[in-house]
Design a binder for this molecule. Sequence first.
Ligand code: 5RP
Length: 225
Amino acid sequence: MKDLKAEKSLAAKQAVKLIENNQIIGLGTGSTAYFAVLEIGRLVEDGLKIKAVPTSNATAELAESLHIPLLLMDEVDSIDLTIDGTDEFDADLNLIKGGGGALFREKMVARLSKREIIIADSSKKVEVLGAFKVPVEVVPIALNYANKQIRKINGTAKIREKDGKIFVTDAGNYILDADFGKIKNAEDISEKLNRIEGVVCHGLFIGLAQMVIMADGDETIIFNR
Ligand code: 5RP
């Protein structure tokens, strides 16, 4: 049985080696990005000079506890390198992200980044995207409307809940987890979701990742685009 936690940590440590002094770094969200933030914290303690843009309140809190200097996303024009996790990736390095609900800031940070480095354990590589449902962040008053529009593009969606309550994102929105079956036309679905009024963001990350560092057992495999 694979030790996915060890793989997450290994991939994270490999990615952090790419960081250079005086860079602005995007900090991802989730259990894999967690290991990267820990490692960056250790390097900052040892004298690495960076500033970081977190992709969620949870990551900001973790980074603050490690004394990593932070910037708001709106304070930067560009980010040198971002290290983030993923829920799925395919051979073209297209991703489904947002399992942790941080997709909006993760996508904004990815768009601002010169290099978007994705770290993953070996369970995240797929032939075709779509086993993981596509998170769609919607403003609360547009929930039913967005749900109906998703049905029109052959998806079925369920509102995300946590601990028996509707899950609310850092930006105060809701998430519809949309099932499109196997996604052979990710770009098409992405564009259609973008056109739905009330949709703030969705978890299909097309053409945004430059590199995926995936750990498989004791090895790391690098995928470049
Ligand atoms: C959070 C994300 C995460 O990167 C994604 O859910 C992967 O999480 P984990 O590393 O815990 O498997 O997109 O919104």
